[in-house]
Design a protein around this ligand. Structure first.
Ligand code: KIV
Length: 289
């Protein structure tokens, strides 16, 4: 990618009606591939707790783990903007905690912006972060860090009251200085209403086509996750069967000796084999000279 994507780029894209593509990445290789494809934003999501670490929620992810993964993504990003999640309880207890956590992600890992879950209740924190030079992306609707409070990973904004709350939360985050808002698992008509009211971009996941951008979890996008596939996900590739079949073939070839073959084997020249024979025959001074 030639030009670095900044939050100003995203604001201009919304104003021009150009859609924003965001994808999660948790390591250098994936970040490099996605950046080279022109991905506007790489999100080091705390979803890594589920798709990389194997937990059943995002709650166990620590700030040190986020910093570890974010460093790799930043190294692989070439022009894409990198946003990282502040993990559970690293910003909810106090504004000072939020400043310290975001500060570490920016200074130690080199991230360009942080993402926080929540609406009006975290607006004062968003304000302080933004005033301190930390660009903030909001995240409302289904907020996975509140999975137990929400009673599961369920659709949000399905009633008049919760839709109104969602719109107000989005406006409050914009007012507090957020430069974009993720809308997760929200009916498309509600995200359309939010998108129309905001001057900052909305980035949807399971929130319909009217959002200003879309985000997917990388492992879902390339078909690497097994088990439950959310309705909103589209597998743009199906890598799991390819990896499984390659692994079976490898095991078979190791077992029957066809791997490694001649092409994968490093051999000594016939001359050099002479000093090897000498060593094998017990000559301690064999040099191959
Ligand atoms: O953690 C994550 O990957 C996210 C996206 C699903 C938006 O927050």
């Amino acid at each position: 990618m030639s030009k670095t994507v900044t939050l100003q780029t995203l604001l201009k894209m919304k104003a021009a009606g150009r859609k924003i593509a965001m994808m999660t990445a948790y390591d250098y290789t994936t970040a490099s591939l996605l950046s080279a494809s022109g991905m506007h934003v790489l999100l080091v999501g705390d979803s890594l707790g589920m798709v990389v670490q194997g937990h059943n929620s995002t709650l166990p992810v620590t700030l040190d783990e986020m910093i570890y993964h974010t460093k790799m993504v930043v190294r692989g990003s070439d022009g894409s903007m990198v946003v990282a999640d502040l993990p559970f309880m690293t910003y909810q207890v106090s504004v000072e905690d939020a400043l310290r956590s975001a500060g570490r992600l920016m200074s130690e890992a080199g991230v360009h912006a942080v993402k926080l879950e929540g609406g009006r209740q975290i607006a004062p924190t968003v304000r302080r972060l933004v005033d301190s030079g930390v660009p903030v992306m909001g995240h409302i609707g289904l907020t996975p860090q509140s999975v137990h409070a929400l009673g599961g990973f369920s659709v949000q904004g399905k009633t008049a009251e919760s839709a109104r709350r969602l719109i107000e939360d989005a406006l409050t985050l914009q007012e507090a200085g957020a430069f974009a808002v993720v809308l997760e698992v929200v009916p498309s008509q509600v995200s359309q209403a939010v998108t129309k009211r905001l001057t900052i971009p909305t980035i949807g996941i399971g929130a319909g086509p009217q959002c200003d951008g879309q985000v997917l979890v990388f492992h879902d996008f390339v078909g690497l996750t097994s088990g439950y596939i959310p309705k909103h996900n589209k597998q743009f590739a199906e890598l799991a069967p390819i990896v499984r079949s390659a692994a079976s073939q490898y095991i078979q070839e190791v077992a029957d000796g066809t791997f490694p073959g001649k092409e994968q084997t490093i051999s000594l020249s016939e001359d050099d084999q002479k000093w090897l024979s000498a060593i094998q025959e017990g000559d301690p001074y064999a040099t191959g000279q």
